[in-house]
Ligand binder design. Structure first.
Ligand SMILES: Cc1ncc(COP(=O)(O)O)c(C=O)c1O
Length: 397
């Protein structure tokens, strides 16, 4: 079934052909409620008229130019995103890892500029502090930034030097984490791949202050939490921190590959022409899709509904008091459920529920015993209830 595609996440036994709202259809015509949304990408679900309309219209007008030039769509989308986030400048790429690579380069260059100002050798201030259990991408450098040993397999060594890890929500760790070798503190506001772990707002504020006091900038990796997923446009807003750099990808363009690295203040000034570039980054098609997503997410009440739906799922699943379920947590529509059994087995059973007379359920996992829900932000209450019924049936009584 995998054909000639290199097996990357492991292939589940289903081939999808289409989708509508938060429901997917496979080659046999079977239906599945989608609690995965392409790992937090299809924020407007499948076949959303505003997104499809914007993509078709832009495709007929102009798909790609190059970053030698500006496009009208690129400029208008950048202005709208910066206005929405209060940031000063944006770099567009195509993925979360690429957005984080840009953030790391900004951090290193900002550090080198402050070294030069202080009369020190450029590169003195180069260390980036990130969190244990974090996930920042699959390139060698973003793997190096990732605070999980399983992502540092010897087969891919050597990794990029200059990363230091601390434990989230640990105040003691803040006493020694930051010194004048540190150029940035990089924070995943809710750790998605690492198990849907919440970062405490007060700790995030204390860590940001400690980083700034040591002369470092603060980077929020919002590739999964942005935009809108946690019920706030940016999860860093919810934590009460104002990062110098924010990275976005996944849902930003509703499924068209896109990443963004936003910066403000001195971090926004550090990169100059020639320092960084990406051939496809921010092409007019991606920017048209992203504009459509931004418009929908900016509709009054949209984000409040995301928060409500997340609360509803968490309280409903908690109320089951199911003996198999250990813990339910999350923020908005980023939800983790720890179970006693094997999460991959439950994931597979949920899929297998699909048939001529019944609907299946797509869920993802985050670790061996954590089920992860990242449904489309537009999911309806009926789809939520239907999906949870399938999960309840799989977990049994
Ligand atoms: C927080 C975070 N950062 C970075 C990435 C990497 O994004 P991508 O797979 O688009 O490169 C991910 C992907 O899951 C992520 O969750």
């Amino acid at each position: 079934m995998a054909g000639s595609i290199i097996n990357n996440l492991g292939s589940l036994p289903v081939v999808f052909t289409s989708g509508q709202g938060s429901t997917l259809t496979d080659t046999e015509g079977n239906k599945y409620i989608d609690f995965v949304s392409g790992i937090g990408v299809n924020c407007l679900g499948h076949n959303h008229p505003a997104l499809v309309g914007a993509i078709c219209e832009q495709a007929a007008r102009q798909i790609h130019i190059s970053n030698y030039y500006n496009s009208d769509k690129g400029l208008s989308y950048a202005a709208a995103l910066l206005a929405k986030t209060g940031m000063d400048r944006v770099f567009f790429g195509n993925s979360g890892a690429e957005a984080n690579e840009a953030a790391i380069k900004i951090a290193r260059k900002t550090g080198a500029l402050s070294d030069a100002e202080a009369g020190k050798k450029p590169g003195t201030r180069h260390v980036i502090v990130t969190l244990f259990k974090s996930f920042h991408g699959r390139t060698i450098t973003t793997l190096s930034a990732t605070g999980q040993e399983k992502f540092h397999a010897p087969a891919f060594a050597p990794y990029t030097a200059g990363f230091r890890f601390i434990e989230a929500n640990n105040y003691e760790a803040l006493k020694t984490a930051f010194d004048d070798s540190v150029c940035a503190f990089m924070l995943e506001c809710v750790q998605g791949e690492g198990g849907v772990n919440l970062v405490d707002a007060q700790w995030a504020q204390a860590a940001s202050e400690a980083a700034r006091n040591a002369g470092a900038i603060v980077i929020a990796d919002e590739v999964q939490t942005g935009i809108g997923r946690t019920g706030a446009f940016l999860a860093s807003d919810g934590l009460g921190i104002q990062p110098d750099v924010v990275t976005l990808a996944k849902g930003i363009a509703g499924g068209i590959p896109m990443g963004a690295c936003l910066a403000r203040g001195k971090a926004a000034q550090s990169l100059v022409a020639g320092d960084h570039q990406s051939t496809f980054g921010g092409n007019p098609l991606a920017c048209a899709a992203a504009s459509a997503v931004l418009d929908v997410l900016s509709e009054p009440g949209f984000l409040a509904k995301v928060a409500e739906k997340g609360d509803y799922i968490r309280s409903k699943v908690s109320a089951w008091k199911h003996p198999e379920i250990i813990n339910v947590r999350g923020k908005g529509l980023m939800i983790g459920i720890d179970i006693k059994g094997n999460a991959s087995a439950v994931q597979l059973e949920c899929l297998k529920k699909a048939g001529p007379q019944s609907t299946g359920l797509c869920i993802s996992t985050a670790g061996p015993s954590t089920l992860r829900f990242l449904p489309p932000l537009v999911i309806t209450m009926k789809e939520i209830d239907d999906g949870l019924d399938i999960l309840a049936e799989v977990l049994g009584s």
